[in-house]
Ligand binder design. Structure first.
Ligand code: TXA
Ligand code: MG
Length: 320
């Protein structure tokens, strides 16, 4: 599946076309002051699943949501006094805050990898700001590189890694900061440094009036111990099930699951399965009820299937 990746000029026409593609669910890489982001509509499950597919991420490492201003951030995330102080000091700019997410605000659960938090940032690059205004919605955007490669700071770098896998790249020239945003976790307890980046730690500590504590690695925030998930089902979960036991809610994958209660994808499409995964965990849990049991059909461990199986493995792991 290869498409011709277009290069869009940083003009009104280019921005209009980028916004149109994003609204249609396509992926558009965009410049920011830090690095290029791989943009998709953060409200659309399919767009978020396509981001993971394009990056080839082996697990659902949650995505940063880019927003036009603080008011927009407050619509999707809960901002306390500390978040407001940091926002006033450093936004727009290279700071990302991990905050409790507003569950009913319409973000895809995939941007948060099923967790109860969301990473948000108001970027400073004038072109990113114009794109956000033109698009008018929340823009999911991890760095625009294939998983495990360095972040791109020029449109050419984006094309080297992702040509053929995304609809377009908005060419804004080289990025000024060149390193990713600093990520601060404010979702629970003391403020955590999840990733050093474009805003110095000392400047953040000065605004907060307290030191940042070392956070769990932002690269692996879904380690089971750190997982504070609305989506970790209450029901017991069994994997790789081709014949469910009586009383189990069976979630199928592919055409060979006749009689399944639910399906990740009737046709066996991994991107569709990823887009549905967190909804299906919830729905299966609801159908199973208190003390119930859920059985998932096997999902091939290739491409996005690895991320799906990683997350299913966590859902099936024994809980404390
Ligand atoms: O400068 C940047 O931050 C760039 C530009 C495009 O904004 N973006 C970027 O995204 O570097 P990415 O996906 O490469 O890195 C985002 C990091 C990941 O390590 C991810 O684990 C972490 O943010 N993250 C996202 N949501 C999170 C959450 N809810 N809790 C903890 N960590 C989170
Ligand atoms: Mg990255």
């Amino acid at each position: 599946m290869s498409l011709e990746t277009r290069s869009l000029a940083p003009t009104t026409e280019g921005l209009d076309e980028a916004a149109r593609l994003l609204a249609a669910g396509a992926l558009v890489a965009f410049p920011s002051e830090t690095v290029y982001g791989l943009g998709g509509d953060a409200r659309q499950d399919a767009a978020c699943a396509a981001i993971y597919a394009a990056k080839g991420r082996p697990q659902f490492n949650p995505l940063i949501v880019h927003l036009a201003d603080v008011a927009a951030v407050a619509r999707y995330a809960v901002m306390d006094d500390r978040a407001r102080a940091l926002a006033a000091a450093f936004w727009p700019g290279p700071l990302t805050l991990v905050l409790p997410r507003r569950e009913e605000a319409g973000l895809s659960p995939l941007v948060s990898a099923g967790m109860a938090t969301v990473a948000v940032r108001v970027p400073a690059h004038p072109l990113t700001r114009r794109l956000l205004q033109t698009f008018g919605g929340p823009l999911a955007g991890p760095s625009a590189n294939p998983s495990g490669r360095v972040s791109p700071t020029r449109a050419e770098h984006v094309l080297e890694g992702l040509a053929g896998r995304i609809a377009a790249v908005l060419d804004g020239g080289p990025c000024a900061v060149g390193v990713e945003s600093t990520i601060v976790g404010l979702a629970e307890g003391a403020p955590q440094l999840l990733r050093p980046g474009g805003v110095p730690v000392e400047a953040i500590e000065a605004v907060l009036g307290q030191p940042l504590v070392a956070g769990g690695s932002a690269e692996a925030p879904t380690a089971p111990g750190q997982l504070s998930s609305h989506y970790a089902p209450g029901a017991a979960v069994r994997l790789g099930v081709t014949r469910p036991d009586a009383g189990e809610i069976w979630v199928g994958f592919g055409p060979d699951c006749a009689g399944a209660d639910l399906s990740l994808s009737e046709t066996g499409d991994l991107t569709e399965a990823a887009a549905r995964l967190f909804h299906m965990l919830r729905e299966a849990d609801r159908l199973a009820g208190q003390g119930g049991r859920i059985a998932f059909a096997p999902v091939p461990d290739t491409g996005l299937g690895r991320a799906i199986n990683d997350r299913l493995g966590r859902a099936a792991a024994p809980r404390p």
